[in-house]
Design a protein around this ligand. Sequence first.
Ligand code: G
Ligand code: G
Ligand code: MN
Ligand code: NA
Length: 254
Amino acid sequence: VDIEMHLRDAIRNRELFMVYQPKFDFAGNRLASFEALIRWRHPTQGLIPPGDFIPVAEETGLIVEIGEWVLHEVARQSHLWERDFGLKVPVAVNVSSRQLRDGRLEEIMASAIESTQASRDCLELEITESAFMEDPEGIAPALKRLQEQGTKISIDDFGTGYSSLSYLKKLPLNYLKLDQTFVRDIERDPNDAAICHATISLAHSLGLEVIAEGIETPSQFEYLSRLGCDIGQGYYYSRPVEAHECSQWLDTRA
Ligand code: G
Ligand code: G
Ligand code: MN
Ligand code: NA
């Protein structure tokens, strides 16, 4: 109840902010895109992790309003990067199933892009496998329209959500994000290695690119590189950082 009450004021009081974690392509080790992750700086409780308030926001429906703020904020930032670095670097935003069911996602995306003058293809969406599976037929049409307009879509936390593999070819997808639980022990656990290998082959045969999450060590990086993984993300490259700290990577691409 306490979190809920304060969360209602958090947007208005400017307590929410975004951090950005870079993703790099394996082929050229170049910056490929960012993932935007929300943070809440509470005036008395300090930094509250998203794991503590996103579920509350989802239960109460506040996630719709927060998600709208996130999309505007990320579009604004993307436009600034494009203006300052002359680069279009896509930024992926996490969206909850509640935002998909709300029915206004397309409208909110369009409004965020129009009001900030961001490039349409700079905003990407990450949707967890479990959110997809709640109602695949219900959410696919809107996502398909967004994809047709240039929005790239990732299936997030893949491998944890019991999806029927037959859905993978029906859903509008560009990227499959291999869950970090399979990456963690990839060198030690033959089952995890097999899951990574099989997932990458499956994704490629369906025309999807694979983003591995949670890469922390050079040996995890090398293993995934040998498996033909396309893009990597994790502390090995960088933690999520504030926008002003991202110029180090944008400079090298410019
Ligand atoms: O950033 P980590 O740093 O702790 O994120 C924890 C979880 O919170 C992840 O599962 C992530 O998908 C989710 N999350 C982070 N930012 C957002 C956001 O802007 N919107 C939604 N819906 N979920 C987010
Ligand atoms: O949206 P998603 O559930 O995938 O959120 C990604 C989460 O993973 C965020 O909480 C982010 O801070 C975290 N994360 C990103 N890179 C790493 C990493 O290398 N190791 C671990 N343990 N967590 C990571
Ligand atoms: Mn994500
Ligand atoms: Na994930």
